[in-house]
Design a binder for this molecule. Sequence first.
Ligand SMILES: C[S@@+](CC[C@H](N)C(=O)[O-])C[C@H]1O[C@@H](n2cnc3c(N)ncnc32)[C@H](O)[C@@H]1O
Length: 282
Amino acid sequence: MSADGPVLPAVGVTAVGVAAVRAAESERAERLFTDPLAAGFVRAAGSRHRLDGAEGRGRHASLVAWVIVRTRFLDDLVLDACARGCRQVVILGAGLDARAFRLSWPDKLRLFEIDLPQVLEFKEHVVRAEGWRPSCERITVPVDLSEDWSGPLGEAGFDAGRPVAWVAEGLLAYLTPEASDSLVVRAAELSVPRSRLGLTLASSRRLQAWREAHPDGKSKQGDYVALWRSAGPEQATGWLASHGWQAEVFDMAERAASYGRPLEQDARHLNGARLVDAERRW
Ligand SMILES: C[S@@+](CC[C@H](N)C(=O)[O-])C[C@H]1O[C@@H](n2cnc3c(N)ncnc32)[C@H](O)[C@@H]1O
């Protein structure tokens, strides 16, 4: 595709870094998932949209492990929700997530992708150029998730009277604590009982270390931690319960080991990163 396609905002470039990890994982014999679209997104992004290549090996190993494990965790979560009868999925901060295309969905599955307008514009440009077809009904909702997004989601056809599986993967760190709170509250308000919520929570130790190392807040272009505005609350179960979700919180290292991918020593930056499987019970 031409190098002069739509341009991504800085926070959208983080989605290219994620796609690059998924493309590499898809080549492995013992992969935890296959994402046949990821390499096409990375190619289309080209050198304009690359995460900082100069980050240390430890940081890179952390990002790779984190993306691989969380992708598999959330694939399992949404497919399990569908096996229990859910027919709506909402991917919040979808970026270059290709679940609409790469997973085997049940009939009549409706999947909404929400992200910033420029990010979805870039994605659509590539999807059209490559001729990819989703395996479900896919609806994009271009909106800023730090503003009111429930109106646009409803206008796009979301049905708050039916169960839904929400996914917020690699998203909350880019929102303020207030916007994260209001996102999980809004999702709860739009969820009938037995709806699910899959979340990733960044390590507060990681964010703290970054802030200490960069007291002026300045960093190299493409340093994704520089774009973080919050980390997951330490007491995630209580935080989610107070917002209407009964949550099971998994330690990243424990999940990695359970998938046969124990973390390398170099992935120590992931201490405190967590994966959440929550259900609306009330
Ligand atoms: C690290 S990427 C993860 C993308 C995707 N969830 C995945 O795992 O492949 C973070 C995504 O969150 C999106 N994002 C960040 N802040 C946002 C906001 N205020 N509104 C909508 N999307 C946002 C970015 O544009 C980007 O696509």
